[in-house]
Each structure stands twice: as structure tokens, then as C-alpha cells.
Design a binder for this molecule. Structure first.
Ligand code: G6P
Ligand code: ZN
Length: 543
């Protein structure tokens, strides 16, 4: 085994964002691009000598090649042990679990989440820390600092050939354990949920459709849902991870998961539908002909989590990102548990979970999870739903209807204005921000404003302050309007308008969502002057 040190130069733009370094695949394939970044991940986290890491990805184009490079670099940097998923496959939640289970120093995940893959698509590298969660800012800052003055990287000459077979091989002093990507994750799910009840549900004729969207959850869902729990063969569709996700966009929402939406809208629709994204951390939930919004899903899961063994005791608390609807707040109030409101981004839940302050967390952007790992977890959400349905006995649509009858309904929708010039987006936000102090007590479109402010988060665990996390207008009837700029876009700015209208107990809970929200949509236009600033008369994507 021979190692070499390769001279290199800093490459511009290697600043990790919310979810690691995410670029066009072609950018990652440039000579030295991945190598530079991986060396900086090692160097920026205190060096790789003697360390243990988990490595895997969502199977997108360049996944296997990238893993080969990472193994060669790990060996040349003196890593003690790597745990690699067979064929280079590991979902993001599975990596989080493996880091925690085997107490490794961290993990490297190859994925650009729900972004399209393939030669012309996107690729990404994320580093997760020893708690299993996304690297905190101080680590990503340290990695970035290294990318600015890197002069060399270390790599083995030999390309490893063993990752397609479960087993063990060595490169120099580095031991590489190639593991079954599903096994440890399935064991964890078995510890959390009542698998017997779910099996009995399926043997009683319950039918479901899980759309893996040609992405990483295919092998996980097939094994767990079909092989172990006995869902009929074919319950999992698009189950083989493909390098370009079958040419699709692996984002589980009603727009991109249209195949599932069609299946769930048919007259012979199964009882339950679900989908997950490229790397397996997002989820979408459906009943017959009904989309369960992520915000409602979080509220319902909180209300019924006690039916699953792992959550049968009192929940420590729940947490939601600020723009997520307030439906879960009402449940928390009734359960007499704290409800935390955090900025958008899963990393903000980390401290609450580590400190034992929250048990369940969720975001309107299709992320739900718990203290079992430190990432959101798509298949976990599906299994918790199945556990609840198996133990409760009601149909999911009925369960939701009964929930609204008891708590009231928070009608909810997000309107996205994509690729607007950054200047226009900033001008809109500034103008809106300036108006906030004068809004309280006024009325907009017949609704009374009870509070208007810009969200800032004081972390109750480490007291860190995160400011400018979205502007919000709260109305006296419990309705709400939130505006913020996306932190994950790649082209121009994306304006997200989050609309929420509360209809209390006894009101009409079966209105069309956009119709129910019409007064809030109009108030958004009046207050934020979206058309004036963006030149757009309607949103590009409505979910
Ligand atoms: C990623 C993060 C989520 C976040 C989402 C939306 O998926 O992991 O935590 O909610 O991006 O971010 P955005 O800034 O685009 O609204
Ligand atoms: Zn994802």
C-alpha cells in the first residue's frame, strides 16, 4: 500500500451551507475538488489520525466513486476504522444511528438530499459530528477556514474494490468494515415500535403504498415494510436507488411525488401512503385522497405517540421550526408539555434533544424526528404512523378529522416565489421589517394584528442568539402570516410565504385549503406588497 501527498491550491466556494457542501455534480468531479474538501473536513475537525468514521451516501451519480476517494484519503490520513454501507449506500438517518451506536468520531454523508441527481444534477458532502447530528457552525467554519489555505492532501494510490461485499478489508493500517446498510437501522426501529401490532395490521388486509422515489429508502422500506412487517409485495414502489433517481426530483411533496398522489387519489387507493426523499430524512404522509400536511402530521404524532412503546411515557417536550403551523402547540398545551419554537434548520433541535428538553421535533418542510437520532427520519415517521394506526384502529383521514374537531384546524400552505433577484427579495423584506412596529393593533383585511415581529431565537441550552429568522404577523384569531427567504436555494432568492388560518372547534374544517386561506393570502399582499417587489402576480410553487 503506498500513500502520496498531492500539492494543491485552495478552491473557491467550498463553504458548507446548512446541509454541507452542495454543488453541481460536475463541480465535484473536477480534479482535486472532492479531495480538497475531504482533507479540510479531516483537518478542520482535529485531524483524522486514529479516528473512526461512518461513510455512506444516497446512491446518486458519483456516490461510489466519491466513497472510493474518501476511503483512499482516510487510509492515507491514518484513520483507524471506517464503517461503510454496502455498495456505498446509507441513508442520512442510518448514518446518524451508526455514529451514535458505534460511538464514532463522526460520519461523512454523500447526498444533496432532495435535489435531483445525475451527471447534470447535484451532489453534496455533509459531515456529521459525534452526536450523530449535522456539524455545528463552529465545525463548518473551521472546515471552511481550512479550504482557504489548503496546500496538500494525502491519498492512497490503490482504489479499494471491497465495498460491494459485506465484510472487512484493510488499507494500510485502516480497517474498513462494509456493513449491511439496513440491519442496524431496522434493529433501532424494532426497539422503538410495536412491530407485532403493525404486522397484525397488514395481515388484517391493511394496504399501503410507500414511494421511495428511486432513492435511498428503497432498500430500507422493502426490507422493513415488506419482508419484516408483511406488507404485500409491491407496497414499496420505485424501490431501487438509481443514480439519477429515475430522472425525477426526489422531494416528497404533492408536486414531485405525483405518482403517489395519483395512486392515493384512485378509487381503489390503499389505506395509507407515504414517500421519502433522496437521502431518506424527509417524509410525506397521505390517506385515501388526502394529503396530511407536515404540520398536521407533527401535531397528530405528538397527540398519539404514546401508542408506540418508545414514547409511551410522558414526552419531555416538542419542538417545531417557527414557520411550522401552531397545530402542535395546541396539543402540547393539552398534554401540559413544553413546546419550543426554533429557527428553520434541523440543527437547531440538536441542543434540545441532547439536553432532554424535547422528544419529538418537526418542520413544515417535511421533516419529522425524535430523540432516537440527531437527524430527521422519513421512515421513522412512517413507522410511527403505522404503529399509531395499528393500535388506534381508525383510518388516518378519520383520525385527522376527529383531531380537528377536538383541537380546531390550522389550515396551512406555503407559497414559494423562486429565483427572484436577491435585491428585490431583500428590499421586500426590509420594507416589511420596517412596517412591523406599527402593525400591532391595526387591522389587515378585516383581521386584527395581535403581534408583529422578526423572529430571533435564544437557545435555552447554550444561550446562543440567532437573529433575523423571518418576519411574522400574528392575528387575534390564531391565524398567522410568516415571510422568510430560503437558506437552501441555489439560484437567486426564494421567498417563502407561510400562511396559516385557525378555525376553532365547531367551525368548518373541510374547506378547500387555498380558499380557507384567502383572507391571509390577501393580507400578505397588502402588507408585504409581493407583486410590487417581485413583479409576480402568483407563487411559483404552492404546497
Ligand atoms: C433543509 C434542512 C431543513 C430545512 C429545509 C428548508 O432540508 O435540513 O431543516 O427546514 O432545508 O430550508 P429553507 O431555508 O429552504 O426553507
Ligand atoms: Zn433529505
Amino acid at each position: 500500500m503506498s500513500f502520496k501527498t498531492v500539492q494543491t491550491k485552495p478552491i473557491e466556494g467550498q463553504k458548507p451551507g446548512t446541509s454541507g457542501l452542495r454543488k453541481k455534480t460536475a463541480v465535484f468531479r473536477q480534479p482535486g475538488y472532492l479531495e480538497n474538501f475531504v482533507q479540510c473536513v479531516f483537518d478542520g475537525t482535529g485531524g483524522a489520525q486514529g479516528k473512526t468514521y461512518v461513510v455512506g451516501g444516497d446512491g446518486r451519480f458519483f456516490n461510489a466513486e466519491a466513497i472510493g476517494i474518501i476511503i483512499r484519503m482516510a487510509a492515507a490520513n491514518g484513520v483507524a476504522r471506517l464503517i461503510v454501507g454496502q455498495d456505498g449506500i446509507l441513508s442520512t438517518p442510518a448514518v446518524s444511528n451508526l455514529i451514535r451506536k458505534f460511538k464514532t468520531d463522526g460520519g461523512i454523508i454523500l447526498s444533496a438530499s432532495h435535489n435531483p441527481g445525475g451527471e447534470t444534477g447535484d451532489f453534496g458532502v455533509k459531515f456529521n459530528a459525534a452526536n450523530g447530528g449535522p456539524a455545528p457552525e463552529k465545525l463548518t467554519d473551521a472546515i471552511y477556514a481550512k479550504t482557504l489555505d489548503i496546500i496538500e492532501y494525502r491519498i492512497a494510490d490503490e482504489t479499494p474494490t471491497g465495498i460491494n461485499q459485506i465484510g472487512r478489508f484493510t488499507m494500510g493500517d485502516t480497517r474498513i468494515d462494509v456493513i449491511d446498510p439496513v440491519e442496524d437501522y431496522e434493529t433501532l426501529m424494532q426497539e422503538l415500535f410495536d412491530f407485532d401490532a403493525i404486522s397484525a395490521l397488514f395481515s388484517g388486509g391493511f394496504r399501503m403504498c410507500f414511494d421511495a422515489m428511486h432513492a435511498v429508502t428503497g432498500p430500507y422500506a422493502k426490507r422493513i415494510l415488506e419482508d419484516t412487517l408483511g406488507a404485500p409485495a409491491g407496497s414499496v414502489i420505485n424501490a431501487v436507488p438509481s443514480p439519477d433517481f429515475g430522472g425525477g426530483h426526489p422531494d416528497p411533496n404533492p408536486v414531485w411525488a405525483s405518482e403517489l398522489v395519483a395512486i392515493m387519489g384512485a378509487s381503489d387507493a390503499p389505506d395509507f401512503g407515504a414517500a421519502s426523499d433522496g437521502d431518506g430524512d424527509r417524509n410525506m404522509i397521505m390517506g385515501k385522497g388526502a394529503f396530511v400536511s407536515p404540520s398536521d402530521s407533527l401535531a397528530l404524532l405528538t397527540a398519539y405517540a404514546h401508542l408506540a412503546p418508545a414514547y409511551s411515557g410522558k414526552l419531555a417536550g416538542v419542538a417545531r421550526s417557527m414557520p411550522t403551523s401552531q397545530a402542535v402547540d395546541l396539543v402540547a398545551e393539552r398534554l401540559a408539555i413544553p413546546c419550543f419554537e426554533t429557527p428553520t434548520g434541523w440543527k437547531f433541535f440538536g441542543n434540545l434533544l441532547d439536553a432532554g428538553k424535547a422528544t419529538l421535533c418537526g418542520e413544515e418542510s417535511a421533516g419529522t424526528g425524535s430523540n432516537h437520532i440527531r437527524e430527521k427520519d422519513g421512515l421513522w415517521a412512517v413507522l410511527l404512523w403505522l404503529n399509531i394506526l395499528a393500535r388506534d384502529g381508525r383510518d388516518i383521514v378519520q383520525l385527522r378529522q376527529d383531531h380537528w374537531r377536538s383541537f380546531g384546524r390550522n389550515y396551512y400552505s406555503r407559497h414559494d416565489y423562486e429565483e427572484i433577484p436577491a435585491d428585490a427579495a431583500n428590499a421586500l423584506m426590509t420594507a416589511f421589517r420596517d412596517k412591523l412596529p406599527a402593525l400591532t393593533g391595526t387591522s389587515a383585511n378585516g383581521m386584527q394584528v395581535s403581534k408583529a415581529d422578526e423572529f430571533a431565537y435564544l437557545d435555552p441550552v447554550d444561550q446562543s442568539l440567532t437573529e433575523q429568522q423571518g418576519v411574522r404577523v400574528q392575528f387575534t384569531d390564531g391565524s398567522r402570516l410568516v415571510l422568510r427567504l430560503s437558506g437552501t436555494g441555489t439560484q437567486g432568492a426564494t421567498l417563502r410565504v407561510y400562511l396559516e388560518r385557525f378555525v376553532a372547534r365547531g367551525g368548518d374544517h373541510n374547506l378547500d385549503v387555498q380558499e380557507a386561506l384567502a383572507p391571509i393570502i390577501q393580507a400578505a399582499e397588502t402588507l408585504a406588497q409581493i407583486t410590487k417587489f417581485t413583479g409576480r402576480s402568483s407563487a411559483d410553487v404552492i404546497t
